[in-house]
Design a protein around this ligand. Sequence first.
Ligand SMILES: Cc1ncc(COP(=O)(O)O)c(C=O)c1O
Length: 374
Amino acid sequence: MGNNHIVEAASKAPGWQIDGPALSSPLLLLGVTLQTMTIKPDLSSAVGHTPLLRLRRASELTGCEVLGKAEFLNPGGSIKDRTALGLILDAEKKGLLRPGGTIVEGTAGNTGIGMALIGASRGYRTVIFMPDTQSREKIDALRVAGAEIRLVPAAPFKDPRHYVHIARAYCESLNEQAPDSAWFGNQFDNTANRDWHEVTTGVEIWEQTGGKVDGFVCSAGTGGTLAGVGRALKSRKARVTIALSDPTGSALANYINRGELVAEGGSISEGIGSSRITANFQDAPIDMAWSIPDQESIPLLHELLHDEGWCVGGSSGVNLAGVIRLAKALGPGHTIVTVLADAGTRYQAKLFNPPFLREKGIPVPEWLQQSFGG
Ligand SMILES: Cc1ncc(COP(=O)(O)O)c(C=O)c1O
């Protein structure tokens, strides 16, 4: 066969295997199959089971095995597909979401994308309320996913015009018109979110590291990921360290460190940080917390893209900063895990836009400047 050189090269690449009979089968492309290749019957079953990636630079810098869970590979492009699926399955089980019903949610975008896609595949209509401060790319992705979007001006949570309160009220109005026709996801305070992360994301990390994980760190929006993974790992290994990497402008790190819900500074990251303690975050088993400025996190995501090829979003930059801080705190020889929550392309006009970055006081790497002809 003419493709023997490719087959031979592939057989030497880690993670690939040569399927013997395929060498003589014209039906299988290049005669090569992924070791883990299986058939998924629908979109819901394609959520999760993401690979754990070794982060080379962070590992070399700290002497730890630093690993990133590749959540940007979910069908809707983010970790929030898990949240959406966990909430929807729980609502179906409890009879709160009926066949042909309407999903209503308040979201910074990613959960809405997950809900709209899962909704499409399971026969639901999806209506999303989100603040008008979120990236154009996420709003476009929501439209493409088939969601009906209602953009509302950003307001503090205690204001009845906050997007979550408006979403809840809208859902109630639908149910008044047609009883039991709509369901409000309530990702921030519905602990089915945390529970789903506990039984999926947390268990996957435990199994993928063969129980070797010593520390886990990530940022929190609803807190579902951190609380769920934290509970899963602590219940299996009491001495595992769980840490919060919080963007500046969020009050959560101060709350953990000083018991005060106060925020300082700001951040261009989206979907993370909070000014209140949600039901999902409430009992998260957190040992350490840091407030991370954009000037630290965004250069790390630029480096990850330039040196290792992974293109991740702003919240993952905060997680990269957190994983390096946690690795340094624990010392060499430990296995530390974080999440790469979504892709950088979802924030192209901010994270990879030299004038925008300069305006925010964030360093612009030379290669990025050159890419744009500067
Ligand atoms: C990109 C991104 N990262 C992280 C999070 C936060 O995850 P969690 O809500 O589980 O705390 C979100 C939430 O929207 C997000 O969009």
